[in-house]
Design a protein around this ligand. Structure first.
Ligand code: PLP
Length: 403
């Protein structure tokens, strides 16, 4: 058979395999180099005791007649859905609107299947690659325009220091689906309530649906900033939200995410989005792991929430160390205060060139901003996910080589 033509449209492989390829090549030439990665947003610290105990207990239960369970509800464990609604959303969404899953990225892929390829799509530029690449795979983006470094049918919303990392919404009028991520990967920017209200009003006026990615919500320390789009009036009519335990709890390998689809959210014809999401969930997903869902329940009791705060606090201390180091050597930095990513600007330089230079001189791996979209050119993303001793050593090297 012939290959899916849309897959062939994907650009230069996925960003992180390319970073790994360059890292491997560097190591071939410098076999004794001790590379430290501040690149990939993968968690590094062990799970804490309360959670591991819950994981062990849930696994042990499966080995007993009374404790065994097979398939569960595709939408998730009712107790967990209710607890997420209560503990993380303060009751402003209901448990029935929460669908648990194997992760936010997987949910984004299934949302793309649900919306289909006959939609127009807008993304923040730069953005988490899955919004664009998943849309490419389902055929919603048109052809790639090499001169603009963009897909023809896709609207890019530049988010730069000059606009405070909040896009000009005039650009996404008449867009069906708007992907919006706050706290943002990669820029670390967090939108204010006022900005989200503007986004919601724009979506309502244009009959767009916002896919709000709140995977880093627990990293928000400033109480004035919204942790969920549902804190903002009008959001229930125009937005759904994806979220995850990957980053606040270190569940990157354990896998537990969720999507909130409000009852009020409808398509132009009045059909409810929640009904379609339920249908998609039941058709091509078979529910999150029962072991993991039980552990996630424990993550939301008092001891679990305390562990979550500690995990987030640890990575945020890392972020502060990286941010200070870069600032001290005169690099222009953004983010890192309510998000685990630091977005650093290198004026007049290409991202991949600065990536190579830092790899060669400091043996530190970063992520080139241009891999997240054309507006990321000239930037690097530094991730605060790392062991403390590695962060400190990487920062010492950066200080020496960038200073
Ligand atoms: N959304 C954003 C913005 C992310 O940065 C990531 C992971 O890096 C994800 C979603 C993926 O979350 P999960 O591990 O739940 O699939």
């Amino acid at each position: 058979m012939e290959r899916n033509k849309n897959i062939a449209k994907l650009r230069e492989g996925y960003l992180f395999p390319e970073i790994n390829r360059r890292k491997r090549k560097f190591l071939e030439n410098n076999p004794n180099a001790k590379i430290i990665s501040l690149g990939i947003g993968n968690t590094t610290e062990p799970l804490k005791k309360h959670i591991t105990k819950a994981l062990v207990e849930a696994s042990t239960d499966l080995g007993t007649v009374e404790g065994y369970s097979g398939y569960g509800d595709e939408q998730g464990l009712t107790a967990l859905r209710d607890r997420i609604a209560e503990k993380l959303y303060g009751g402003i969404v209901s448990g029935e609107e929460v669908f648990t899953s194997d992760g936010a990225k997987c949910d984004i892929g299934r949302l793309q299947v649900m919306f289909g390829n006959d939609v127009s799509v807008a993304v923040q530029d730069p953005s988490y690659p899955v919004y664009v690449d998943g849309s490419v795979i389902i055929g919603a983006t048109g052809e790639f325009d090499d001169s603009k470094k963009q897909f023809g049918k896709m609207t890019y919303l530049p988010c730069t220091p000059e606009n405070g990392f909040f896009p000009d919404l005039e650009r996404c009028k008449k867009t069906d689906v708007i992907y919006f991520c706050s706290p943002n990967n990669p820029t670390g920017a967090v939108s204010t309530k006022k900005q989200l209200k503007e986004l919601i009003d724009c979506a309502r006026d244009n009959k767009s649906i916002i896919v709000y990615d709140a995977a880093y919500a627990e990293y928000i320390t400033d109480k004035k900033l919204p942790k969920t789009i549902f804190e903002i009036e009008g959001a229930r009519d125009v937005a759904l939200e994806v979220n995850s335990f990957s980053k606040p709890l270190g569940f990157t390998g354990v896998r537990l995410g969720w999507t909130v689809v409000p009852n009020e959210l409808t398509y132009d014809g009045g059909e409810k989005v929640i009904d379609d999401w339920n249908r998609v969930t039941c058709t091509i997903f078979n529910g999150a792991s029962n072991i993991v869902q039980k552990a996630a329940l424990s993550a939301l009791d008092d001891a679990g929430l305390d562990e979550m705060r500690k995990t987030v606090g640890f990575y945020m201390e890392n972020a502060a160390i990286i941010r200070k180091t870069l600032k001290d050597v005169g690099v222009e930095v953004y983010g890192g205060d309510n998000a685990p990513y630091i977005w650093a600007r290198f004026p007049g330089r290409k991202s991949w060139d600065v990536f190579e230079e830092i790899l060669e001189t400091a043996n530190v791996v970063t992520t080139p901003g241009s891999g997240f979209g054309p507006a990321g050119e000239g930037f690097l993303r530094f991730s605060s996910f790392g062991h403390r001793k590695d962060i400190i050593e990487a920062c010492e090297r950066l200080e020496k080589n960038l200073g």
